[in-house]
Design a protein around this ligand. Structure first.
Ligand SMILES: *Cc1c(COP(=O)(O)O)cnc(C)c1O
Length: 459
């Protein structure tokens, strides 16, 4: 008999979770103005809001914390991260920041000005926010296949080279300071980008003299997909694949809260010393001195260790198989999901799930509320609330996909928890025909509104 798959780690410490009853949840979500970000964590049973900073650190990371060097300048912890970045990612220069969006803020301060275009594959919300805040435009050049959730395509995060070349051709070079490729592409459903595509984008960009940066939050998961889906790389190690991926870039922004498995931290890495120096000025202004950025010494130690653990095949296999486990259970129940499943999350296609709710009433948000009411499970809307209003017309934007994301924290939940989530969502699915009304907006912020929005149920 073949031995079954089993997780590549065991549990050393546990945290108690609290169940609740539907009546409590009805009150809590109303008090939270139907915004799941406003719930207290003890009002949630299984929390699939995000995989950002929610992972369980290893015994090695916890012990590395104790060795943190809290010197203001030149701490050994800084050099641990520097060495790990050079070793694993191959970059000579780096700046620590407190998280991924801080890396965007610093890098974009040095690179982007009003009127610029930043092409890429479905930019992440904070990336887009930082671009639009500078009165520049994020141009989505993702392949069309990404927007058909039923289509089986191994690399739905790929950049459409024709769309990209059209942007490069039809605009003056000085208006395009960089291309931003997100690996894996979160907004398209945690979908990977192939090595071939990374290579093609880089050579096309070189032809036009435009630098390429990777938004690298889930670079290791991307490498796992390259290994398991791109035939040329089946025999390469994750570290070899990661090294090659970054050869097709000029730099990267990183949220350490994802594939470096820490609760807080991030960085920017560069090849170009001039850009590194220019960015250092903004880092000192916004984040902290260049050898700690927004991080304490102990946080940098945990991050350096996390970069090694996050790029181990056994860990990645455990993680990505858990995501697929949840995805397959949902598919067994006939629930429409983005397919293939992403690395960090299963994305439920809310338009195909709640067919009776009009798009003006925020379908994916309505679904996330229903799932919370059903089982105390917190997912998150990746749809028209998150898409914000058009900065010029101020009209609601309805993106290609209206998704509810079930995001799986790293090394935190068991497959029994995944089973619970799947059944809770099935129960909502069974009564989907009777869900006909969504929510309306009571208050919203001008940008990145989904975090703080206040909503009301339409009766
Ligand atoms: C999380 C994330 C960011 C932002 O990082 P934070 O650490 O949350 O600030 C940027 N890009 C992608 C693709 C992400 O997933």
């Amino acid at each position: 008999m073949d031995l079954p798959f089993a997780e590549s780690y065991k549990i050393k410490m546990v945290e108690t979770m609290r169940r609740s009853i539907r009546k409590e949840r009805e009150r809590w979500i109303r008090d939270a103005r139907y915004n799941l970000f406003n719930l207290r964590s003890d009002q949630v049973f299984i929390d699939l809001l995000t995989d950002s900073g929610t992972g369980a650190m290893s015994d090695q990371q916890w012990s590395a914390l104790m060795l943190g060097d809290e010197s203001y300048a030149g701490a050994s912890s800084y050099f641990k991260v520097k060495d790990a970045i050079q070793d694993i990612l191959g970059f000579e220069y780096f700046l620590p920041t407190h998280q991924g969006r801080a890396a965007e803020n610093v890098l974009f301060s040095a690179m982007i000005t009003e009127g610029n275009l930043i092409p890429g594959n479905a930019h992440f919300d904070t990336t887009k926010g930082h671009i639009e805040f500078r009165k520049a435009t994020a141009v989505d050049c993702t392949i069309d296949e990404a927007y058909d959730t039923t289509l089986d395509h191994p690399f739905k995060g790929n950049v459409d080279l024709e769309k990209l070349e059209a942007v490069l051709q039809n605009n003056p070079r000085e208006n395009i300071p960089l291309i931003m490729v997100t690996v894996t592409c979160n907004t398209a459903g945690g979908q990977p980008v192939s090595m071939q595509n990374l290579k093609d984008v880089y050579f096309l960009a070189q032809k036009y003299g435009v630098p390429v940066f990777f938004d690298s939050a889930r670079f290791a998961e991307n490498a796992y997909f390259i290994k398991t889906r791109e035939p040329d790389y089946a025999d390469s190690s994750i570290r070899e694949i990661v090294r090659e991926m970054f050869q097709y870039s000029d730099g990267m922004t990183m949220s350490g809260k994802k594939d470096a498995i820490v609760n807080m931290g991030g960085f920017i890495a560069f090849r170009d010393k001039i850009l590194f120096r220019k960015s250092s000025v903004y880092n000192i202004m916004f984040e902290g001195y260049v050898t700690y950025g927004g991080m304490s010494g102990r946080d940098m130690n945990a991050l350096a260790q996390g970069l090694y653990e996050g790029t181990e095949f056994d860990y990645l296999e455990t993680r990505i198989r858990q995501t697929a486990y949840l995805g397959n259970r949902l598919r067994d129940f006939g629930i429409p999901t983005q397919y293939p499943f992403g690395g960090h999350a299963v994305f439920v296609d809310a338009r195909r799930f709640l067919t009776n709710v009009p798009k003006e009433e925020f379908i994916a948000q309505t679904l996330a509320i229903e799932l919370y009411l059903e089982g105390g499970v917190r997912g998150v809307e990746i749809g028209s609330l998150m898409a914000d209003r058009d900065p010029v017309t101020r009209k609601n934007r309805y993106p290609g996909l209206e998704l509810m994301r079930l995001t799986i924290p790293r090394r935190v939940y068991t497959n029994n928890h995944m089973e619970y989530v799947a059944v809770a969502l099935k129960n909502v699915f069974d009564r989907r025909e009777r869900i006909t009304r969504g929510v309306k907006i009571l208050w919203e912020a001008p940008i990145m509104r989904h975090f703080t929005i206040e909503l009301e149920k339409i009766r």
